[in-house]
Design a protein around this ligand. Sequence first.
Ligand code: CO
Ligand code: ZN
Length: 330
Amino acid sequence: MNELIKKLVEAYGPSGFEDQVRAFVRTEVEGLADDISVDAMGNLIAHKKGDGSGLKVMIAAHMDEIGLMVTHVTEEGFLRFTNIGGIRAHTLLGNRVQFADGRIGVVYSDRIKDRGKVHPLSKHFIDVGADSREDCPVGVGDAAGFVRPFVAQGSRLIAKSMDDRIGCAVAIEAMKRLESSPHDIYFVFSVQEEVGTRGAQAAANKLDPDVGIALDVTLTGDVPEAMPMSVSLGKGTAIKVKDSGMIAHTGLVRVMKQRAEAAGIPYQLEVLTAGTTDARPIQIANGGAAAGCISIPCRYVHSQSEMVDAADVENSVRLLVEILANPIDL
Ligand code: CO
Ligand code: ZN
């Protein structure tokens, strides 16, 4: 699975600019679904038909990643920018970004006089090697994602954009392993999650599923002075109970726990006090759906070195397959 994960996490695709990562996902799911479509917003929807006895299930994993967008170019050819999604200034200095054409930029900030302080985003810039505004090859409105090679070290997998390409990897792998299902399943590789779960909202309104399951990363409480949280890296897939945007459907949580226990899949219960996922818009679209989330524990979320554990990824795939292969009794 590492080869698939490497290609996914290294692909370019800030929110709203998912074309390249979508083209790659499409090549991976071709042949695994009955039909594949792309909606007006850019969500890739892979439909796998059931035998007619089950429910309509929407699986959502977001393709987009956090990034930067150029707001203006200085006379000297430096790019000022705004954030695309949850970018924190203290993760930026010295990092490299990549534009859609592959061009690399270095992120730095105006001179720091007080080393105990970090400049706001507005006092950072990107240097693409231009000498002036006139010869700058990048302009206003261009979007950049971060650059970091994928690393597998023991069971730990480290990369930018694990959020949420690892969810995309779990979805693709589950599609490969799922031999048959009673359910009519729509695997949605969604857009614009990082700017407010927008793609999944449009898709859920159109598909109107009975059940929605998001696949996304969650935080862990196992690093120095972490926010207290009872999820650790390597201790199993995480079944979401609550986050700051939703309370998971209790019947679906029960089904997830039962499936995990029956199949001997290690799991942890997740109560996340910050952030939400595509499960929230699915839950409240149209007349509502029974929604929940299989979370992949992840350290350093929204940094350029997000870390997951291969065993948690594997257990997330196994749990998803177990849920989809069996009746869902809510
Ligand atoms: Co995120
Ligand atoms: Zn995410």
